[in-house]
Design a protein around this ligand. Structure first.
Ligand code: TRP
Length: 331
């Protein structure tokens, strides 16, 4: 039997190429080796997104984004967290075994507390129980599908360790491996994707290249990349230039070698380099954008895909809950 990988996707709108190369593409690769499952963590999003329209749209955008990027719902399981009520039943079960002190140590909660303290605000101002218990719901997401591996960024490793802790406490209590202990799949050497200003591409730096921007807007964004004051004639170093770093993501070695030699020879200005970058980015993103637009134009069909995914996921989730109930004496 293949091992199970589980990817949790927090719905945030406006995916950018940093998300695509840093998270989406490597996560989709897992489907080659694993029995891969992907889900939209919409109840996690509710902790911070209280505008129903925004949340509703964002869930569809992010689902469409993953499908357009190549997620094949026939080969993997793709569903919404909110469609699997068993996840919330397991969350309640896990709560009984989770030390409050463990949650006190969660980075996100601690950061929120520290911010309040620095502002001389009440310690728990603005902190809801969803934020405080976030790692327990996440542990349930993972444990319910007997996940072997969970690909995450470094910021999420603590959450996986908490899921391990909670599962171990339960296994120790019942004296049997009732729950599978998940492992974090951290991508150690994932390249940092530079943004328009050369810093890591991130929404919080406002330096992103959106994944689904129309062609014109895409070109405009690429033209905004910051460059130094080298003249057209000056030879340029491709290794010190974010235009070239981005170019590498979209091209093969031949194209890279040839642009690098043009850089080194001098005679290519930044404007032309950006045009060249736009050409290859657009070449790659056009088909993805077209798929995305088509999916977003038929929301009922999209919802059906997610519903069908939930139908595949629920029996697996129900089996875990049943197993737990039995061993806990609640059968
Ligand atoms: N916390 C994850 C994030 O912020 C999203 C998430 C929720 C998740 N549940 C998960 C990731 C389970 C992996 C497994 O990105």
């Amino acid at each position: 039997m293949k091992k199970v990988s589980l990817t949790g996707i927090k719905p945030t709108g406006d995916l950018h190429i940093g998300n695509y190369f840093g998270a989406i593409k490597p996560a989709l690769e897992l489907a080659k080796e694993y029995d891969a499952r992907y889900f939209i963590a919409d109840y996690h999003a509710l902790n911070t997104m209280k505008d129903p329209k925004e949340l509703n749209t964002t869930i569809r955008q992010v689902a469409a984004g993953w499908l357009a990027s190549g997620l094949d719902p026939d080969k993997v399981i793709f569903y919404r967290q909110s469609s699997i009520p068993e996840v919330f039943e397991l969350t309640t079960m896990l709560m009984s075994f989770t030390a409050k002190g463990l949650m006190n140590r969660a980075h996100a909660y601690k950061a929120a507390v520290q911010e309040n303290n620095e502002k001389n605000d009440d310690t728990d101002a603005g902190i809801n129980m969803g934020l405080f218990t976030y790692p327990i719901l996440m542990a349930a997401d993972i444990i319910i599908f007997d996940s072997d591996i969970v690909p995450v960024g470094k910021d999420q490793v603590q959450h996986i360790e908490m899921a391990q802790d909670i599962a171990q406490v339960i296994n120790a209590n019942y004296g049997t491996q009732i729950l599978k202990i998940p492992q974090a799949g951290v991508q150690e050497d994932s390249a940092v994707i530079p943004g328009l200003d050369g810093r890591k591409m991130s929404k919080s730096y406002n330096n992103v290249i959106p994944l689904f921007a129309p062609e014109k807007a895409l070109r405009k964004t690429i033209m905004r990349i910051t460059t130094n004051s080298q003249t057209v004639e000056e030879p340029k170093n491709p290794d010190e230039c974010q235009i070239f770093q981005l170019y590498k993501l979209f091209t093969d070695e031949n194209e890279q070698t040839s642009l690098a030699s043009v850089y080194r020879a001098g005679g290519m200005g930044w404007g032309n380099a950006k045009e060249e970058l736009f050409r290859v980015v657009n070449r790659c993103l056009s088909p993805i954008r077209e798929r995305y637009d088509a999916i977003m134009a038929d929301i009922p069909a999209l919802d059906k895909i997610l519903e069908q995914g939930a139908e595949k996921a629920r029996p697996i989730a129900a089996a875990t809950v049943k197993r737990f109930r039995k061993i806990a004496g609640i059968d």
